[in-house]
Design a protein around this ligand. Sequence first.
Ligand code: DI6
Ligand code: FE
Length: 407
Amino acid sequence: MHDRWDLLIIDARLATLAGDAGYGLIENGAIGSKDGVIVFAGRMDALPRVPEALAARVEPAHGALVTPGLIDCHTHLVFAGDRAHEFELRLQGASYEDIAKAGGGILSTVLETRAASEDDLFATSLPRARALLRDGVTTLEIKSGYGLDTDTEIKMLRVARRIGVELGVGVRTTFLGAHALPLEFAGRADDYIAFVCNKMLPAVAQAGLADAVDAFCEGIGFTLAQTQRVFDAARMHGLPIKLHAEQLSHLGGAALAARYLALSADHLEHITDDDVRAMAASGTVAVLLPGAFVCLRETKLPPIESLRAHGVAMAVATDCNPGTSPLLSLRLAMALACAQFRLTPEESLRGTTINAAKSLGLRDRGRLQVGQRADLVVWDAQDPAELCYWLGGNPARRVIAGGVFVV
Ligand code: DI6
Ligand code: FE
């Protein structure tokens, strides 16, 4: 007896993203999965038998677009409280830096996150992940960085992992101990970095709670030399590197990240052509975060044409965080990447699938191809450009993660 597939979606328009360019469209397509893995992705007329003989469950898509599940490769969505009042202050003229220096900003979220129990933190963070999921996200990265002490950083990372289990989606965790200088280390940034490298990172690595290490290399964050110390520690623990680089100023973080063969450098509004060349050579993904750009009312655009010309893989993410990007839709980030950064809709979709996977070091997702994880979205759309065209709305008809319907 034929070993039946679990699921077969038929009569679909597949955007496979299988090649190096283009959507990889397959008209009159079908996609089958078994045990959470894609076992067929091709034209219906290439199916070996009639659908009902092939799979336990057959779902007609009625011509709808099917894409890989979206991947949000940069979020800070585990946190307590919110910073709506800072948003109002910024609208009255205060800058993000002013607010941070006055003890607001990241540090105010740190106080609330430290005070929250693990269950409360889980309960307040889960709906944010669920909102992303409803809009088509099947894998998300979640950073720590609102604890800045060992217990709270570990609490955040545990909550992040728990969100993945609860929702049945992929979660990749990133340790961002070097996010801000906690009050107890005021005036002693180098001591804090020593604590990050010698105490927190080993504890997090030992607990197996981090898939990567990140830092905030910025005037209001940490210097290039401090960032390098964090990278060296990450390397010692065999953990890959990501970096918040050149968001508000140019400190050389992107070039340093490239030197350490970082998975990604993120934000990048202030990178130079030399940085772009270094990232191209190292294969470091440029993660673009238009939500923060819009919320901070930035005007300096990341150099998209240069990134494109040098063949740097571009990803797009929400940067979901309470300060600079309270954004709960990756599709809206894709739309903003088009409207603000002039990405094409195709670049935006590659940026939340195949290139986002690359920025997380994942090779098993991001395309509709045999052997990939069965992460897919059936959209109420036919044209892939619609994913970046509609602002808002709820076009994700079905969301499937690891072969299981989660929406
Ligand atoms: N860059 C960001 O966009 C977030 N962190 C960072 O290093 C902002 C975090 C916050 O303001 O809470
Ligand atoms: Fe960020």
